[in-house]
Design a binder for this molecule. Structure first.
Ligand SMILES: Cc1cc2nc3c(=O)[nH]c(=O)nc-3n(C[C@H](O)[C@H](O)[C@H](O)COP(=O)(O)O)c2cc1C
Length: 179
């Protein structure tokens, strides 16, 4: 095996990764949405997630101010929203006016969830720390629910978009039981 240096693109080694739509809210309860693929489960007990948001993101300041956010996993049908959420900033655009989406109140948080997304996770900020140009936001998961047809017994039954990079996405095939 001949290995070439990949330090400058090390993070691409860790893609494709699940794509999420992060919803946050300003002090006047106006929701904003951004696309995010640098996120990970962080703990099962208590349930926690970690999201990494760059300096450019308006969502980052909204989450720090509001203390809550929701993680919404889109299906392929929501790719128009993913594009707008990931290429425009809520500082300048009301993205929910650009692309239609049904916002439903969170069950445990004030920030809404996107009804059309087959899975939703409601989070409260537990802590933050700087990680280079990103702010790592640790969120305690207060509630999580998924469409019963799309997500069964802990397995996705629909192909959710995995972010490869830029505007490239992959859709995983059928799971294979290896042992
Ligand atoms: C699929 C996808 C994934 C993205 N993942 C991240 C991410 O993990 N962290 C981040 O800071 N920006 C990420 N971005 C870029 C933000 O979504 C983009 O900067 C967006 O305009 C931020 O919106 P806001 O300013 O309204 O928060 C991603 C973009 C796309 C298209």
């Amino acid at each position: 095996m001949v290995k070439v240096k990949a330090l400058t693109s090390f993070y691409r080694i860790l893609h494709p990764r699940p794509t999420a739509l992060i919803v946050s809210m300003d002090e006047e309860n106006r929701p904003n949405v951004m696309a995010c693929s640098w996120l990970s489960p962080a703990s099962m007990e208590p349930p926690m997630v970690l999201v990494l948001l760059g300096e450019q993101s308006y969502t980052r300041s909204l989450i720090v101010e509001c203390g809550e956010f929701t993680v919404n996993i889109p299906s392929r049908r929501q790719m128009k929203l993913v594009k707008v959420a990931g290429t425009r900033t809520g500082r300048e655009t009301d993205k929910f006016k650009t692309v239609k989406a049904t916002l439903k109140p969170g069950r445990k948080v004030r920030v809404p969830v996107i009804e059309e997304c087959p899975a939703n996770i409601e989070c409260k900020v537990k802590g933050t720390f700087e990680a280079g140009e990103c702010l790592a936001i640790l969120g305690e998961v207060l509630d999580a629910y998924a469409d019963r047809k799309a997500f069964q017994k802990g397995l996705w039954k629909v192909k959710v978009p995995l972010h490869v990079w830029g505007s490239w996405f992959a859709y995983a095939g059928k799971p294979v039981k290896e042992w």
